[in-house]
Design a protein around this ligand. Structure first.
Ligand code: SAM
Length: 227
């Protein structure tokens, strides 16, 4: 499925990363309670080291976010797994992601769902992620540049929406781009610390529940924080 996995980096060959990747899933993700076998399966195979700068490839399977340039980060593997599990994806789902960053979360989603639209505010990151996803053979991801707090009405409705930056509240525009029964996961709270919030659309109402505490970079835009 991913034809060009075997690039060698200064940190090692693809083979060197296999054991690290299995340990990441076993100890950082499954041991903490993520159970969805599809989520665990994709994270066992997706080459996370291809989504970080080459100088950081050796750290790609560690239990932490990593810098990806432009002052932004690729999220901690456990958080990616948990948010994906909370989305409860089916193979025919159409998904919207806000905050493309490296493209890693988009790649996870694109492996589990039919189609992914991902919006990144930073043009440079968006372009790099688009190229990377293309190079890895993902043909079901559309990378757009803009303010994702407004969602992407052009391709709505979505069965699932994930926001990978934290806002003061769940943007109303995003709620209204969910299909009936659609799920949305977003970190919400003050800039220093937030909680993951899950919203499920039930006709004209929205059921909300809270998951774990977390710390994300800010969601900056019309329905987020000001810069
Ligand atoms: N999902 C990413 C990955 O797998 O690498 C990690 C995302 S990073 C934690 C958060 C991203 O959200 C940053 O790249 C940031 O530029 C972006 N961002 C912040 N506000 C945004 C907005 N209003 N619309 C789109 N992207 C935004």
């Amino acid at each position: 499925m991913w034809p060009r996995f075997s690039r060698e980096t200064s940190a090692g060959t693809e083979d060197d990363f296999i054991a690290d990747r299995q340990a990441m899933v076993d100890h950082q993700i499954a041991d903490r309670g993520v159970r969805d076998p599809r989520v665990l399966g994709v994270m066992r195979t997706l080459p996370r080291h291809r989504f970080v700068p080459e100088s950081a490839a050796a750290y790609a399977y560690q239990d932490r976010p990593l810098e990806i340039g432009s002052g932004q980060t690729i999220s901690q593997p456990y958080i990616v797994a948990l948010m994906t599990e909370l989305l409860d994806l089916a193979p025919d789902d159409r998904v919207l992601e806000i905050g493309t960053g490296s493209g890693y979360q988009a790649a996870v989603l694109a492996t589990l769902a039919k189609e992914v639209v991902t919006v990144e505010r930073c043009e440079e990151l968006g372009e790099v992620a688009r190229e990377r996803l293309k190079e890895l053979g993902f043909d079901n991801v559309r990378v757009l540049v803009g303010d994702g707090t407004q969602g992407c009405p052009q391709y709505a409705p979505y069965d699932a929406i994930v926001v990978t930056a934290s806002g003061p509240y769940v943007p109303d525009s995003l709620r209204h781009q969910l299909s009936d029964g659609g799920r949305l996961v977003c970190p919400v709270g003050p800039r220093e610390a937030q909680r993951l919030v899950k919203v499920v659309r039930l006709g004209t109402t929205f059921a909300e529940s809270e998951s774990i505490g977390c710390v994300f970079v800010p969601l900056i835009g019309k329905e987020g924080w000001t810069e």
